[in-house]
Write a protein that binds this ligand. Structure first.
Ligand code: FES
Length: 62
């Protein structure tokens, strides 16, 4: 499924760049181009950063 229609970036690509260290919308955009167009996907990208960061924190504390 596409997260960013403007740049044609899929959710798996956004999750990959977050897992590689992107922690804000700007850095996700630099790494994948997601969010670099109209901006309507920014809320979804922010949610994905929170989801992936929460997963990482759970993994660290386990
Ligand atoms: S849908 Fe992502 S920038 Fe437009």
């Amino acid at each position: 499924m596409f997260v960013c229609i403007c740049a044609r970036v899929r959710d798996c690509e956004v999750r990959d760049v977050i897992r590689c260290g992107a922690r804000c919308i700007e850095s996700v955009g630099e790494a994948s181009d997601a969010g670099t167009g109209c901006g309507s996907c920014h809320d979804r990208i922010a949610e994905m950063i929170q989801e992936e960061t929460a997963d990482t924190l759970v993994g660290v504390s386990a």
